[in-house]
Write a new protein. Structure first.
Length: 342
């Protein structure tokens, strides 16, 4: 190839590179109008996460495959909680303030400033599609609000808001992990409500007597003070601040079986077939009914004994004493009659 031709091709190639670079710079500047920082490209394996603030849907977040917690949109969530945001282009950081609370979030650094003190959350803020995202734990540990994560849903609320709603129902299951637990009331399976409790949750009797998580068991009727915000899962979950036990007597070691009344015997006892709700509960049991047996609906309200008919869906609470017969027989101290499906 002649020297003149090589020189011409080199000039054309350089011109093309400069033109392409300018176009790329212009595109990047258009994508990030107010945050001039390098974006993190969305990961193909990430899933969308729905986010609610005080019961209202806001911009979606995301969770990466294998990640510990979801990432939520900082501006949309914090502004909904009443915070003022200021973007600092020199340091790629955001200042948030609300009353006496001040914090700083810096892109790419797992160093969150709260009132001039640094803390780590295990995940750094990420800039994706012109928006800054922070881990869901930022809400509880930095902004001092409440965040309930269930699957691909995050429900956020202020602590003041979290104490404005009460729900009453019969406990159908308790799943405990250390000082935390998930307590389902009003129904089984995908029905009812799941109350998320933690070390800050308080427990008491109706007369004010203090209780602990260990004092709760299936079958007790309780009133829970919980957040307005709930997850979109079935059953919905919510953060709970206080639980009051309405029953005057506890039944330690109580067993529970949910199912259908297969037969009402001549002596008034019920043959119930379904599934055991506790570890030692049988799927089939004969429950004897006495004058002391409470017959209620899922919320704990009394209903007439005439609702105990063949084919009715019930949850029986009994024991822990049972006969060794098949099926075993036990005295029922509470029967929950589930609403008929329309």
């Amino acid at each position: 190839m002649k020297p003149m031709m090589k020189k011409t091709l080199a000039i054309l190639s350089l011109s093309s590179m400069l033109t392409t670079g300018a176009a790329y710079a212009a595109t990047t500047d258009a994508v990030i109008p107010d945050m001039h920082a390098k974006q993190i490209k969305p990961v193909k394996t990430q899933l969308d996460v729905s986010v609610q603030v005080n019961g209202e849907a806001t911009e979606k977040g995301y969770v990466k495959s294998g990640a510990v917690e979801p990432m939520i949109p900082l501006r949309a969530v914090s502004e909904s909680l009443g915070f003022t945001l200021t973007w600092n282009p020199e340091t790629y950081s955001v200042d948030l303030s609300k009353g006496n609370l001040f914090t700083t979030v810096k892109t790419g650094e797992d160093r969150y400033t709260i009132n001039k003190m640094l803390t780590e959350l295990g995940t750094a803020p990420e800039l994706v599609d012109s928006k800054l995202y922070v881990p869901a734990s930022f809400i509880t540990k930095i902004l001092h609000a409440t965040a309930v994560t269930e699957g691909n849903n995050v429900a956020i609320s202020t602590k003041a808001e979290a104490k404005k709603v009460q729900s009453t129902g019969v406990i159908t299951s308790i799943r405990t992990t250390g000082d935390n637990a998930q307590i389902q009331i009003q129904d089984t399976g995908t029905g009812g409500i799941v109350l998320n409790v933690n070390p800050e949750t308080t427990y008491q009797m109706l007369d004010g007597t203090k209780l602990t998580l260990a004092d709760l068991h299936v079958g007790l009727t309780i009133t829970a003070e919980h957040s307005m915000a709930m997850t979109l899962s079935l059953p919905p979950q919510t953060s709970t601040s206080n639980i009051t036990v309405l029953d005057t007597a506890a039944h330690k070691g109580a067993l529970g079986t949910a199912g259908v009344i297969e037969a009402v015997r001549e002596d008034g006892s019920l043959l119930v077939k379904g599934q055991g709700l506790t570890d030692d509960a049988p799927s089939e049991v004969v429950l004897t009914i006495s004058a002391d047996t409470a017959i209620v609906d899922g919320k704990g309200d009394p209903i007439d004994k005439s609702a105990l008919v063949k084919g009715a869906n019930v949850i029986g609470f009994y024991g822990p004493m049972m006969t060794k017969s098949l099926p075993p027989i036990s005295n029922a101290w509470k029967i929950v009659v589930e609403a008929a499906q329309e």
